[in-house]
Design a binder for this molecule. Structure first.
Ligand code: ADE
Length: 203
């Protein structure tokens, strides 16, 4: 398959061994083998500056849990500076809700840097100083940003030209959007007394 370029993704995480996870299967995996997109993980803990590998600290103002330290995150980021045309996203339940429209825009860029939050959060000054966009995959709280990162990459990877085997895949997507609106059927016409709607058979 001929492709023009590889869509590059860098994931900063405390659990690099969780990747590629679900991205190692199906269409996403095949596209990665074909270098339509590629993923590299960076272990945030490698950027701790003490012998214990400390990455977090107690929050100012009190409260439960630990906060990822800005210096550690900053060093991890600065050692993996994203390209000019890359999106820079941190996954957090406090972020803006992810939509198919946002995913379409992200998929047209050259690459993406993702920071996976952990514990109770990360220091706000890291987010601001590196101009990261905060995104949430839904109004619920997970333990960390790794599964949200896989959700984001999976949704992006199927829109990157070459994944659906067609350079027009993003255009096609506007057509397939319609599929969300109607239930789908295949054979047989009668399944345990439940019938395929007549209009789909006659049409
Ligand atoms: N990390 C924890 N919960 C999350 C969510 N809902 N979306 C994105 N990142 C998260």
């Amino acid at each position: 398959m001929k492709i023009n370029r590889t869509y590059n993704i860098t994931v900063l995480t405390l659990f690099p061994e969780m990747f590629p996870g679900s991205l190692g299967y199906s269409l996403a995996a095949k596209a990665r083998e074909n270098r339509v997109w590629d993923l590299q993980t960076v272990n945030i803990r490698d950027f701790a500056d003490d012998n214990y590998g400390t990455v977090d600290d107690v929050p100012y103002g009190g409260g439960p849990g630990m906060i990822l330290k800005p210096e550690v995150l900053g060093r991890a980021f600065d050692a993996n500076i994203p390209g000019k045309d890359w999106d820079k996203i941190v996954l957090t339940p406090r972020g803006k809700p992810l939509t198919q429209n946002r995913i379409k825009k992200i998929s047209t860029k050259k690459g993406l840097l993702i920071v996976c939050g952990r514990y109770e959060g990360l220091d706000e000054r890291f987010v601001k100083s590196r101009s990261l966009e905060e995104i949430s995959i839904g109004d619920y709280v997970l333990t960390g940003g790794e599964i949200p990162a896989m959700v984001l990459v999976e949704a992006i990877s199927r829109l990157v030209p070459g994944v659906l085997g067609d350079p027009e895949s993003v255009v096609e997507e506007s057509f397939t959007d319609g599929l969300l609106e109607y239930p789908q059927y295949t054979r047989p016409r009668d399944y345990q007394g439940f019938k395929v709607p007549e209009i789909l058979i006659s049409g």
